[in-house]
Design a binder for this molecule. Structure first.
Ligand SMILES: [Zn+2]
Length: 63
Protein backbone atom coordinates (compact mmCIF):
# COMPACT_ATOMS: atom_id res chain seq x y z
CA UNK A 1 0.00 0.00 0.00
CA UNK A 2 1.01 3.60 -0.45
CA UNK A 3 2.01 5.79 2.47
CA UNK A 4 2.38 9.52 2.11
CA UNK A 5 5.44 10.82 3.90
CA UNK A 6 6.60 14.39 4.46
CA UNK A 7 10.26 14.97 3.69
CA UNK A 8 12.51 17.97 3.24
CA UNK A 9 14.30 18.48 -0.03
CA UNK A 10 18.10 18.38 0.46
CA UNK A 11 18.52 21.09 -2.16
CA UNK A 12 15.86 23.73 -1.62
CA UNK A 13 14.71 22.72 1.88
CA UNK A 14 11.04 22.77 0.98
CA UNK A 15 8.73 20.33 2.70
CA UNK A 16 7.19 17.99 0.16
CA UNK A 17 5.02 14.91 0.32
CA UNK A 18 5.97 11.73 -1.48
CA UNK A 19 4.14 8.47 -1.93
CA UNK A 20 6.02 5.41 -0.68
CA UNK A 21 5.04 1.87 -1.54
CA UNK A 22 5.55 0.29 1.87
CA UNK A 23 4.43 -3.16 0.75
CA UNK A 24 7.59 -3.36 -1.32
CA UNK A 25 9.76 -3.24 1.80
CA UNK A 26 13.02 -1.34 2.04
CA UNK A 27 14.13 0.29 -1.14
CA UNK A 28 15.97 3.25 -2.54
CA UNK A 29 15.30 5.19 -5.67
CA UNK A 30 15.63 8.60 -7.23
CA UNK A 31 12.75 11.01 -7.21
CA UNK A 32 12.62 14.56 -8.50
CA UNK A 33 11.77 17.30 -6.03
CA UNK A 34 8.36 18.72 -6.79
CA UNK A 35 9.60 22.24 -6.08
CA UNK A 36 13.07 22.54 -7.62
CA UNK A 37 12.93 19.41 -9.83
CA UNK A 38 16.36 18.21 -8.76
CA UNK A 39 16.92 14.47 -8.28
CA UNK A 40 16.99 13.28 -4.67
CA UNK A 41 18.02 9.87 -3.43
CA UNK A 42 15.09 8.50 -1.46
CA UNK A 43 15.81 5.68 0.94
CA UNK A 44 12.96 3.74 2.52
CA UNK A 45 13.50 1.51 5.52
CA UNK A 46 10.74 -0.75 6.79
CA UNK A 47 11.08 -2.09 10.30
CA UNK A 48 8.45 -4.24 11.94
CA UNK A 49 8.82 -2.44 15.25
CA UNK A 50 9.63 1.09 14.20
CA UNK A 51 7.55 1.24 11.06
CA UNK A 52 8.50 3.06 7.91
CA UNK A 53 11.21 5.66 7.85
CA UNK A 54 12.28 7.69 4.87
CA UNK A 55 15.47 9.63 4.41
CA UNK A 56 16.56 11.72 1.49
CA UNK A 57 19.94 12.97 0.35
CA UNK A 58 21.34 14.94 -2.52
CA UNK A 59 22.36 12.77 -5.43
CA UNK A 60 25.78 14.35 -5.85
CA UNK A 61 26.96 15.12 -2.37
CA UNK A 62 30.12 17.12 -2.39
CA UNK A 63 30.23 16.81 -6.11
ZN1 LIG B 1 13.81 20.93 -3.94
Amino acid sequence: MLDFVDIHCPYCGESIEIAVDTSAGGQSYVEDCQVCCRPMNVRVTVDEEEGVSVSVSAENEGG
